[in-house]
Write a protein that binds this ligand. Structure first.
Ligand SMILES: Nc1ncnc2c1ncn2[C@@H]1O[C@H](COP(=O)(O)OP(=O)(O)O)[C@@H](O)[C@H]1O
Ligand SMILES: [Mg+2]
Length: 241
């Protein structure tokens, strides 16, 4: 058995005559922290949505946490998503007017757990992101960085092996962005595989691995250049783009 959490082979996605993703091959192993980087429109969100099983590919093989996605019904996909994947988005997606504690606890609404347990787990997750003192605040009473930390607490509530973040710092000032990045690193250090989408090359360069997209193609994977380097006894053959 491989320890791959994500395996894509020849994955493409078209929308009418637009090819958003072209023949993508990608393997991500358990415990990795990587960036998917590229300009606007390069296919980053499409790639993330396919990895997160929110979208099906037009062609190719997608295996997430060992499951071949094409063999699963929509219902089975939802179950896989609920157990295996946490999502964080640029615009937070918190319910307006709802206290932070319930915003997070509602992430377990369909888990079959009773309300008291959902809130207990939510409180623990909020403490984990440093917001134990904001449980009854409403989203509009929080800074952008705090909102994103609430969204992260909700995403990791059920302890998914895989966390997918689409431009998580895109709506934040640089200090809040740093805090959110640090939190994502901590979650990775405690065992979660984390994929961060960004158009910011500096953020990508600061992570252990960066996969570059351009016009729907994976044009560079820092992992490959390291492999080439290793296999050639330290001769540096990194491709520059
Ligand atoms: N639902 C959709 N319908 C039609 N075209 C889409 C849809 N989603 C994305 N696209 C197109 O696919 C390409 C890649 O989009 P996207 O994956 O959102 O890129 P990114 O996240 O890198 O900005 C773009 O040209 C975009 O316009
Ligand atoms: Mg996008």
């Amino acid at each position: 058995m491989s320890d791959a959490v994500i395996e894509l082979r020849g994955v493409s996605r078209t929308y009418g005559d637009v090819t958003a993703l072209r023949d993508a091959d990608l393997t991500v192993r358990r415990g990795e922290l990587l960036a998917v980087v590229g300009p606007s429109g390069s296919g980053k969100s499409t790639l993330l949505n396919i990895i997160g099983t929110l979208q099906r590919p037009s062609a190719g093989l997608v295996r997430i946490a060992g499951h071949d996605v094409s063999g699963l019904t929509d219902r089975e996909l939802s179950a896989l998503r609920a157990h295996a994947v946490g999502f964080v988005f640029q615009q937070f997606h918190l319910a307006a007017g709802v206290p932070v504690l319930d915003n997070v606890a509602d992430g377990l609404l369909y888990s079959g757990r009773p309300g008291a347990e959902r809130r207990r787990l939510a409180e623990r997750a909020l403490r984990r992101v440093g917001l134990g003192h904001r449980l009854q605040h409403r989203p509009h009473q929080l800074s952008g960085g705090e909102k994103q930390r609430v969204a992260i607490a909700r995403a990791v509530l059920g302890d998914p092996p895989l966390l997918l973040a689409d431009e998580p710092t895109g709506a934040l000032d640089s200090v809040s962005g740093e805090i959110v990045m640090e939190l994502l690193r901590e979650l990775n250090a405690s065992g979660t595989t984390v994929v961060i989408i960004t158009h910011d090359r500096d953020i990508a360069a600061a992570l252990p691995r960066a996969v570059h997209l351009k016009d729907g193609l994976i044009v560079h994977d820092s992992q490959d250049s390291r492999d080439v380097q290793d296999s050639r006894d330290g001769v540096r053959t990194e491709v520059s783009l």
